[in-house]
Design a protein around this ligand. Structure first.
Ligand code: ZN
Length: 639
């Protein structure tokens, strides 16, 4: 591994002053909570849990983890906990749910009892979001321990030790960052760990799995554990494996230190799983569809998944906003700094995707163009500043998906890319090219290598660390962008980076792949002003657009365009034919039990965003995406 340029002395000092607190004690308590999870029912979408807790006679409150790290909301799937039974000394113990908090259960441990036994089932619903989403298929499972336990209320999670045991369906294997103590047939005993480590260490299990070591030559080992519904989906092309190795090299060059003993990408591929990524200190839960490795277009559409989650090992788990460091999983998290936690991660994931070769710079520019164009035109930004999208995350995640253009979504991800790109460009300009955001990352997120630790920060810490890299009014820079209700997005980084936003009649390869990956959605919000889901139902209508003025609304379903049966292809044909014409486009749409006619006064054809080079300015954008480490060649023999 080739390490990047040495940071200035002040940054080394700053890094040394950040005294990390251990994320987990390694000494097990003498009498841990014994947790047994029977996952043999996973193919039947049901997991059975047994807990054996040391307890003293008297009142006891047990809680189910509520605020799940990385979910940024109270997403613990309490509605899927069923069949709860408590007992002591072989006799049932009554329980009662708290009248206000549905995640808490009260009971009284009987006189003479030294232990309490708890049993329940964790069901998987057919549909849900994040923690309540689909994690079990007939051939693989992603197990999150927080969904499979109760713990005593009022005690710091770091001080509660669990000894976990897991029984898998016959023939299944597993991958996890947890250390295994013993394997007996299909049953695994894990080494006792604090609750925080357990919740931070999901297990991937399945019938078809494969492990690929990524090195690196120096530093803790990194591997990809692939699970799929069939053996065919496990085949990773040699060039992809080389790009994953490059990702490890580029990330460690960027941050200059690691905060894991080993790192596992738990890559689970199935059309029956919900698709997302979830970060942890020493692993990530990365989910994509069954053909994600085999199909070139799908692979390109998912290229940013692993880089984003990997960056979280530094930004989000090691360095974490102070308001998101909580003693247990019941206390609410403060999410206002997600523009750093997620926004900076999205930016770094975007550039590492290019630096590692997982996507070309052209592909990354197409992605940036699409995000910038939408953010620049979304009307929701005129009432809701960016910082409110972060504060309101607990209601935005998993909330309604219609009317996005009026609501705004969790824009601190995509707009975070624009803002951190602008910061990167500013540092490069103000330092005459000697410094970049890489220097900030090394100082603020890198620190000293070691096992998992949590170092909290405030927005003041972010501003101070940036000021050490390049003196500037960073407080004013962020405040302006976070509080703005101006109609347009902060595109300064793109412009000063040597590019500008322009329009094309045809969709880019990125746009086509992204539409396919999102279930064949059709997004015409930048032209006609509406979007359709894969079933052809309107999901969003932009206020002030031709569709908005005509009275279309989410939930309606177009059935005819200009007097002919509706199809997306026909709509696009009519859009092209009507460009610069005078006649409105006529749409017939189902509106519940009614059919209504709408006239859309739009004559601009299709609009697809592109970035074009501005030769008057240096091309900083391309410099930012350039690799910093020697290219790693694919090894066909290793496949
Ligand atoms: Zn993230």
């Amino acid at each position: 591994m080739l390490r990047g340029p040495r940071p200035p002395a002040v940054l080394v000092l700053l890094a040394a002053l950040l005294a990390p607190v251990p994320a987990s004690a390694t000494t097990p308590a003498a009498d841990p909570i014994r947790l047994s999870v029977d996952a043999t029912g996973a193919p039947g979408r049901l997991l059975h849990v047994k807990l054996d807790l040391p307890a003293r006679p008297g009142p006891l409150t047990l809680v189910y983890p509520k605020w799940i790290p990385g979910n940024h909301m109270a997403s613990g799937p309490i509605g899927d906990l069923t069949g709860l039974h408590l007992s002591a000394n072989g006799r049932p113990v009554e329980w009662e749910r708290d009248a206000v908090d549905p995640f808490a259960f009260h009971c009284r441990v009987p006189t003479g009892a030294g232990r309490l036994e708890v049993e329940f089932d964790r069901l998987q619903s057919a549909s849900g979001h994040l923690a309540s989403g689909r994690s079990l298929t007939s051939r693989l499972a992603v197990l999150d321990w927080n969904e499979l336990l109760l713990y005593p209320a009022g005690r710091p999670a770091e001080g509660i030790v669990f000894a976990a045991r897991l029984r898998l369906p016959a023939g299944w294997s597993y991958g996890t960052a947890l250390a295994t103590a013993r394997v007996d047939g299909d049953t695994i005993e894990f080494a006792p760990v604090p609750l925080t480590t357990l919740v931070d260490s999901p297990v991937q299990a399945g019938l078809y799995r494969r492990r690929i070591e990524l090195g690196p030559a120096a530093g803790p080992p990194v591997a990809v554990d692939i699970a799929c519904d069939d053996a065919t989906g496990l085949l990773a092309p040699p060039e992809l494996v080389a790009q994953w190795k490059q990702l490890v090299a580029e990330a460690t060059a960027l941050f200059g230190a690691t905060h894991y003993r080993r790192y596992e990408f738990l890559l689970s591929l199935s059309d029956d799983l919900d698709h997302f990524g979830l970060e942890h200190h020493e692993s990530s839960d990365d989910r994509a569809d069954a053909r994600a490795l085999a199909d070139d277009e799908r692979r390109a559409a998912d290229a940013g998944l692993l880089p984003h989650e990997y960056v979280h090992s530094w930004n989000g788990t090691y360095r974490r906003p102070a308001g998101m460091v909580r003693p247990d999983y019941q206390e609410p998290q403060r999410t206002e700094l997600l523009w750093v936690y997620e926004g900076l991660t999205e930016y770094l994931g975007w550039l590492l995707t290019a630096r590692s070769g997982l996507a070309t710079p052209e592909w990354q520019r197409q992605e940036l163009a699409g995000e910038a164009a939408w953010l620049d035109r979304t009307p929701g930004r005129t009432w809701r500043p960016l910082k409110d999208t972060a504060i309101a995350t607990p209601i935005l995640f998993g909330g309604p998906t219609s009317w996005t253009s009026r609501r705004r979504g969790a824009d601190y991800y995509e707009e975070g890319v624009l803002i951190w790109l602008e910061a990167d460009v500013l540092i490069r300009q103000r330092s005459g090219g000697r410094r970049s955001l890489d220097d900030f990352c090394r100082a603020f997120l890198g620190g000293r290598s070691g096992p998992p630790a949590v170092v909290p920060y405030t927005s003041e810490d972010v501003v101070k660390a940036l000021d050490l890299v390049a003196p500037y009014d960073w407080r004013g820079f962020f405040d302006t962008r976070l509080s703005s209700t101006a109609p347009h997005a902060p595109l300064g980084g793109i412009v000063a980076g040597g590019w500008r936003l322009a329009w094309s009649d045809t969709a880019s390869a990125y746009e086509r792949a992204a539409a396919r990956a999102s279930g064949d959605r059709t997004d015409l919000r930048l032209s006609l002003g509406f979007a359709l889901d894969g079933e052809g139902v309107i999901t969003d209508v932009v206020p002030g657009s031709a569709a908005g003025d005509a009275g279309l609304a989410p939930g309606m379903k177009p059935i005819a365009v200009d007097g002919r049966r509706f199809s997306v292809e026909r709509l696009r044909d009519e859009l092209r034919a009507g460009k610069n014409g005078a006649d409105p486009l006529e749409l017939l749409a189902e509106d519940g039990e009614f059919v209504r006619a709408f006239r859309l006064d739009w004559h601009g054809g299709e609009l697809h965003p592109v970035l074009v080079r501005d030769p008057a300015r240096p091309d900083l954008l391309t410099q930012i995406l350039e690799p910093r480490t020697p290219r790693i060649a694919p090894e066909p023999a290793a496949e």
